[in-house]
Design a protein around this ligand. Structure first.
Ligand code: S3P
Length: 189
């Protein structure tokens, strides 16, 4: 795995395919170490007053990708954040470089069955709103796996783990000692 450059800050950036749990685990992680949780899809939605699905439908994927890059550019000076990125944020080289500037890049992975089950739970993922979502899912996953691998400083395999167990694994692997965690902020639901 290649790090392009040292991150400027101690932020944590979560990357991974749709359904890997970036947002829910990111929220728990932020709460447990006293960081602020940020989600690049939420930033886009808030700034433009439209859901991700609406942006895809009315302006297309390329415009969505431009908005995604703009949000990442705006995060490079932030401190003490846990950033959950959209599953395709690693596709652009510029984005991968921005993610490394923002912080340590953690790839949350799970087996395809887990990812597909979780990613299909709601209709908020325009890329899977197609006639044969499973086949689209398979080809997207296959083409992206090497890109996550390249972009990541650290890979966490969450297959078979609950969100809480995944959180513990991330904290351990990132070197957060348990006595340094904010017990009052730990969300155990
Ligand atoms: C996308 C993943 C989505 C969202 C958009 C595109 C992708 O985020 O950014 O629908 O290209 O994989 P999640 O990974 O949070 O679902």
């Amino acid at each position: 795995m290649i790090s392009f450059m040292e991150p400027r800050h101690s932020n944590i950036v979560l990357i991974g395919f749709m359904g890997c749990g970036k947002s829910s685990i990111g929220r728990r992680l932020a709460s447990s170490i006293g960081y602020t949780f940020t989600d690049s899809d939420d930033l886009i939605t808030e700034r433009h007053g439209r859901s991700i699905s609406e942006i895809f439908a009315s302006q297309g994927e390329e415009i969505f990708r431009n908005l995604e890059t703009e949000e990442l550019r705006g995060l490079t000076e932030h401190q003490n954040i846990v950033l959950a990125t959209g599953g395709g944020a690693i596709l652009r080289k510029e984005n991968r470089e921005l993610l490394h500037l923002i912080g340590r890049v953690v790839w949350l992975h799970a087996n395809p069955e887990t990812l597909f089950t979780r990613a299909s739970r709601n209709r908020k993922r325009p890329l899977l709103e197609v006639e044969n979502p499973r086949s689209t899912f398979n080809s997207l996953l296959e083409s992206r796996l090497p890109v996550y691998e390249e972009a990541a400083d650290l890979k966490i395999d969450a297959t078979g783990l609950s969100h809480e167990q995944t959180l513990e694994e991330i904290l351990d692997r990132l070197g957060f000692r348990s006595d340094a965690r904010r017990s009052s902020g730990t969300n155990t639901d």
